[in-house]
Structure formats: structure tokens, C-alpha cells
Ligand binder design. Structure first.
Ligand code: SF4
Length: 329
């Protein structure tokens, strides 16, 4: 096996079945990174506790997300795929990092202000300490790289500062500063044609949806609002259906839609049917793999347990060094 270029860590909250936005924005990149890096992919279930009202679906959501990751091509024989809470050392590192983090730094983060705005009745410490736990996730595994969209850059910078503060305070070099691996994350717009694709907005197209369900969702997509009748020329460049064609359709089809839409040569119904067909063709192998894995759910839990064991080995080593550096051991 070719030598890997370093260690990558990425985590995602357990949101259950994944949708096209998750796939194009993250999962596709996760799969590609495996070829060149040693990857750790983590279902960050503890992070989810900051905002969930009930944990009733947490386990099922963890399962569904891991299942989608595996079906999309994450390779458990190479990558470490695991659940955050199954490696509890992360909580301990979170506590130590909190001792070197000025409070003002946390309250000033735009993401904290945004969360307070979104959850005014539930401003708990977890929301404030979220970036510290996120830093602990990365630093526990001494990750060299974290794949992020540019909007997440402040969190990685926060983790880097935490490393500098910790290493300076305890006169050590035990923690490693992670680098951002900025990937162009496309903003995938939902079927409403306006907002980012999201389950909470009910504007998503699930990867695991049946071909019929997918077609139904695509047919509901909002198009160019100025195109009221079939005979009206359309504006593909402002239409989300066309944006999706650019991802799922052939170059010839994209060019044809762009050309014919503007002269009313193609109607929105046919345009969407073509898109649905292409999305379904793209997702067909994924769905087959998903169904196969889903026949034996224990297999998914075994993979997650194996991942936690491998992650624990790294975590135990890091924590032994951290305690030693602090003077606790
Ligand atoms: Fe959008 Fe296609 Fe209709 Fe043009 S023909 S407005 S690209 S759905």
C-alpha cells in the first residue's frame, strides 16, 4: 500500500439518512481522501446533545448515517469509522483544553452567537464549549488535516490556538497543530430553490430514497419563477434544476438544457424527468450496496466497534502523553 500523506479527521453529527447535500458537500470528499490519507471519520453524537430535545432517535440516526457512509464507499478496512462517545478520552481532553481557553474567545465566536439566536431557550454550556470539544476531537487523534469548507476556518484556527496555548502552558509539544484542508464545498440548494439542502427544512433529496421517491422530489423542485408557461423562455443559470444537471448529467445534456431552456425548446417537466433519471442512475450502485449492508445491521455496529477500538489505541497514547505533560501522571 502506498505511504499515506498524513492523518485526516472529520466528524459529522448523526443526522440519520444522508441527502444529496451531505453527499456532494462531504461524503464524496471523505471517500476520495481515503486513497491518500489515513482517515478517521467520526459520528459526533456528543455534539448532537447540545441541541437535541430527545435522544430517542440518536442510535438509529447514528446507524443510518454510518450505513450511508459505508454504502457511499468508506472503507472500514482502511479508514477508522467510529462514534465519538465510544472513545470517552475525548471528554477528558476537552476538560484540559478548557483550562487554557479564555472565556471571551468562546463567547466571541460567530457560531456561538448564531446558536444562541437559534436556541434562545436552551443556551447551555455545551453550546459555548462546542469548539473546545471539536478541538479535542481533532487533537486527540493528532490529525494533520481537517477537511473543511472555508466557512469552518475559524473552528480550525481555534483548535490550532488551543494547541499553542496548551503546549506553551505545559512546555510541551505533545499536541499537533492541524492544518485546514480546504475543499471547495458546493452549496447544495434544496428543492425549494432557495435554502441550503437540509433535513430540518424538509427540502432534501435522500440518497436512500427509492427511484420513485427521488423522481417525486425532483418534480417538486422550484425552477425559474419567471417561466410561467411552457412557451416562456427560461433562465437556466438561476435555476437549481440546471445546477443539479451540472453534477449529474452528461456534458451534452447540460449544454442542451442550457441552450433549449433559453428558447423554450425544453419544458421544465421534461428537464426534471431527465434530471431524476440521471440522479437515479448515479445513486443506483449506492442503493444496492446500502440494501446489502442493511440486511445485516450488526455488521454496521461491528464496524463502528472495530473503529472505536482502533481510535482508542491512538487516544490512550495521546492521553498518556497529555497527562504526563500536565503533571497528572
Ligand atoms: Fe430550469 Fe430546466 Fe425549467 Fe430551464 S427547463 S427553467 S433549467 S427546470
Amino acid at each position: 500500500m502506498a505511504e499515506k500523506k498524513g492523518r485526516v479527521f472529520s466528524g459529522a453529527r448523526p443526522t440519520g439518512r444522508q441527502h444529496l447535500g451531505n453527499y456532494l458537500g462531504a461524503i464524496r470528499n471523505y471517500v476520495a481522501l481515503q486513497d491518500e490519507y489515513e482517515c478517521l471519520y467520526c459520528v459526533v453524537d456528543v455534539h448532537a446533545l447540545t441541541t437535541v430535545e430527545t435522544t430517542r432517535n440518536l442510535k438509529q440516526n447514528t446507524y443510518e448515517m454510518a450505513l450511508d457512509w459505508l454504502a457511499a464507499g468508506l472503507r472500514p478496512e482502511e479508514s477508522i469509522i467510529f462514534v465519538q462517545s465510544h472513545v470517552p478520552e475525548v471528554m477528558e481532553l476537552h476538560t484540559y483544553l478548557s483550562m487554557v481557553t479564555p472565556l471571551g474567545k468562546l463567547t466571541d465566536l460567530p457560531t456561538f452567537k448564531e446558536k444562541v439566536r437559534m436556541h434562545p431557550d436552551n443556551v447551555n454550556y455545551g453550546l459555548l464549549g462546542y469548539p473546545i470539544l471539536m478541538a479535542a476531537d481533532i487533537l486527540l487523534y493528532k490529525a494533520n488535516f481537517v477537511p473543511v469548507g472555508i466557512d469552518q476556518a475559524p473552528h480550525i484556527e481555534f483548535a490550532r490556538e488551543a494547541v499553542r496555548s496548551f503546549n506553551y502552558r505545559y512546555n510541551t509539544d505533545v499536541l499537533v497543530e492541524p492544518q485546514m484542508k480546504v475543499t471547495p464545498v458546493p452549496k447544495v440548494i434544496g428543492i425549494d430553490g432557495v435554502q441550503k439542502m437540509s433535513k430540518s427544512l424538509n427540502n432534501e433529496i435522500e440518497l436512500a430514497a427509492t427511484p420513485e421517491e427521488t423522481q417525486k422530489r425532483v418534480m417538486q423542485m422550484v425552477t425559474d419563477p419567471q417561466r410561467m408557461r411552457r412557451t416562456d423562455p427560461g433562465r437556466p443559470d438561476i435555476c437549481n434544476v440546471f445546477t443539479m444537471h451540472k453534477t449529474f448529467s452528461s456534458q451534452e445534456e447540460v449544454e442542451m438544457v442550457h441552450r433549449e431552456c433559453q428558447v423554450a425548446g425544453i419544458g421544465c417537466v421534461d428537464c426534471k424527468k431527465m434530471l431524476a433519471r440521471n440522479i437515479n442512475a448515479h445513486l443506483d450502485p449506492f442503493r444496492q450496496r446500502r440494501n446489502e449492508i442493511d440486511r445485516n445491521p450488526q455488521q454496521v455496529w461491528d464496524i463502528l466497534a472495530g473503529g472505536a477500538e482502533r481510535a482508542s489505541r491512538i487516544a490512550r497514547q495521546t492521553m498518556a502523553e497529555v497527562r504526563q505533560a500536565i503533571g497528572l501522571a
